[in-house]
Design a protein around this ligand. Sequence first.
Ligand code: B12
Length: 216
Amino acid sequence: MSLIDEILQSILYGKSKVTESLILQALEEGYQPEQILREGMVPAMGSMEADSKTSQMDIPRVLGAARAMQKGLDILDPRLQSEKRLFLGTAILGTVKGDLHEVGKNIVSIMFRSVGFRVIDLGVDISEKQFVKAVRDHPEASVVCVSSLLTTSLPEMKKIVQALKKFDKKKQLFVMVGGGSVTEEIARQMQADAYTENAAEAAYLARAFVEKKSPQ
Ligand code: B12
């Protein structure tokens, strides 16, 4: 098995210490950070998402894999930045007020970081005022991701989307919604700019939005 495959497997099995040492070994052996990310880590997240949807992976394993991915990214992050790879801009992310679910949001954060966004993670239980304040404090942000797992917190999500739209008069922001309680139809009714079922698609869609806005 190649070192890259071993990294992928260590993430899937949530062995974060092994992930860390394999990544350090790969770097020592001359693998480029971008290659480790693209060929080992991103496919691990993709496979984890697919397995969790078909119930082949339970929540503790999802948590373990996300933790291993996070540890790996922490090692690669400074090296990726010094490689001057394409920086896509800033994304703001949070789970809506009244909702404490954070696993999906954290995976969205990881995927956004892995495609080249800087992520400002507001955490969980975030109100419309806090989202708007974050956007005001970070005028460089181009994407906002709002997560919700509870159907009872959907009205709050709608308020947040509307408040962001009202604030963003020049229509510079791409407001994305997602999480277990959201569907394409609900997202459309809220007038969000986009919905995706999983984190990887969300990151690719956000990247496409940014690249279309300012083509290289
Ligand atoms: C773990 C969990 C918890 C944990 C949360 C721990 C934590 N730190 O996050 C704890 C135990 C705290 C918890 C509490 C509760 N929970 Co809970 N929980 C779950 C559970 C089992 C898993 C959620 C999860 O992490 N999924 C894994 C992640 C990876 O998936 P995900 O979040 O959907 O995210 C993916 C996508 O949706 C997407 N995505 C996520 N966010 C975003 C954002 C954007 C912008 C985009 C584009 C995409 C995107 O990307 C992610 C990766 O692909 C679900 C059931 C289930 N199997 O889903 C119930 C579930 C969500 N909980 C539920 C409930 C009812 C509760 C409680 C009310 C229970 C209670 N009576 O106390 C409380 C609410 C607490 C609160 N105020 O938030 C219900 C919700 C029902 C509903 N429709 O409203 C569920 C569905 C269980 C059920 N079947 O009844 N819960």
